[in-house]
Design a protein around this ligand. Sequence first.
Ligand SMILES: [Zn+2]
Length: 550
Amino acid sequence: MSAVFFRVSSVFLLLAPVAGAFAQTPEFTRQDTLRGTVTKERAWWDLTYYHLDVQVNPGDSTIRGVNTVQYRVLEPNQKMQLDLQAPMQIEKVVQNGRELKFKRDGNAYFIQLSEKQTKGDINQLNVTFGGKPVVSENPPWSGGLTWKRDSNGDPFVANSNQGDGASLWWPCKDHMYDEPDSMLISVTVPEHLMDVSNGKLRRVEERNDSTRTFHWFVSNPINNYGVNISVADYAHFSETYQGEKGRLDCDYYVLKENLEKAKAQFRDVPRMLQAFEHWFGPYPFYEDGYKLVEVPYLGMEHQSAVTYGNGYRNGYRGNDLSGTGWGLKFDFIIIHESGHEWFANNITYQDIADMWIHESFTNYSESLFVEYHYGKEAGNAYVIGTRRGIKNDKPIIGLYNVNHSGSGDMYPKGGNMLHTLRQVVNDDEKWRSILRGLNRDFYHQTVTTQQIEGYLSKHTGRDLSAFFDQYLRDVRIPKLEYQFAGNKLRYRWSNSVPGFDMPVKVTLGGKERWLEPTTAWQEIKKGKGVSSLKVDPNFYVEAAEAAPAP
Ligand SMILES: [Zn+2]
């Protein structure tokens, strides 16, 4: 993917009011900076293609292989950064038949290119690597490989590495701003096993050493944490979905022992596609198909190969995160992880500090799924119900350029922020056209929060900067303070950032009406005897009657 959209701003955060939220600034190391910054050894070249060719050895939990890195020269430079985390090691780097020298600095490798790198040229190098990658202690939240066995004793292997990075197990440009335009993933496994990766299976190569190689081709830009291997003695079934862009191949790979359960549970896939194409526009990867692949951990949004381990139960491991009952009407992992095909894989953050772009929209997508199938009241109840998971512990946006993500509030609070914004828009068709517009205008791009906030301001016709500062960069919940004074209602926003001016719908004396509060007191005439005010519960705000004015 083109580097044109590269513009990671740390200035914005410093200027934004954060209410002393970083009293305890985490400590960062040189390694965090090498990992999280678009260093000059990264900025001069634009990824065009990877061919990742790996052998997965369940016998000794090792991975060996070669990654071919193809790139376009944007500016001449002779030093290139690639990343691979210990204990994995790069063994050899070759360009046009010549072995290159490299220096290692922790998880970053600086390769000295001997041939002149000329602007506009497309070059490639072959990186040989191997080792025993980190085993995940708590997949998918801690990155690494998972080596398990199915009930027949066959290997059941998968990777998950969001945050920790794809460089846990293969050498790559491990920063999210740049994606290859396409990728070939060739995975060699013992011959009785199968590998499922991203994209479409081009061919299976039989080898004479009791192994087979599965060649998967991804014909769209792919983010590095989405690159996936899932190895098992899989059963396969499939269906075709008639969607907005025509025929979509849906392929399912599950352990043989779960085949019948999967055929029933995976009926949520066409329901998901129906709801999300309605709200967000066409599934973004028709050419690569949609796959749902069983793995030995809960699940992850691997692009066009969503991984699944929710135990063939509805809810989140059988639980309803909203506490309303609506969360038990669907399989959380199928709906949530697939929602990421639009927000994470289609529209991808450049810096993990902006992870809300993935998780807030995807949390919100759960309620849109509920609304599509069970009605608007049900969707409202679901998203409001998820507020019980909000902590307001630290800001949703993390720190830039050091691979740091913000509060877990990016899920339920972020979803409720978007639901609140929908109330402000107060026009469901317009709101839907904005959600579809995001997926159209940022199609297959990596983006910054400024781009998403700017888009939403432009298309809602409101300056939303104070709104986003409040919900993404502050931990306070805005409070509508009001007073009844004679025949007047006085009101203002408090507990808020300066300039917070969100309109809000209230019921005043039994009648719905809109208020346009700012942080300064305002007043309107109220009807005689009116002494009650209730804020529409769809707004994620607080309200309190203030003591009467002296
Ligand atoms: Zn998610």
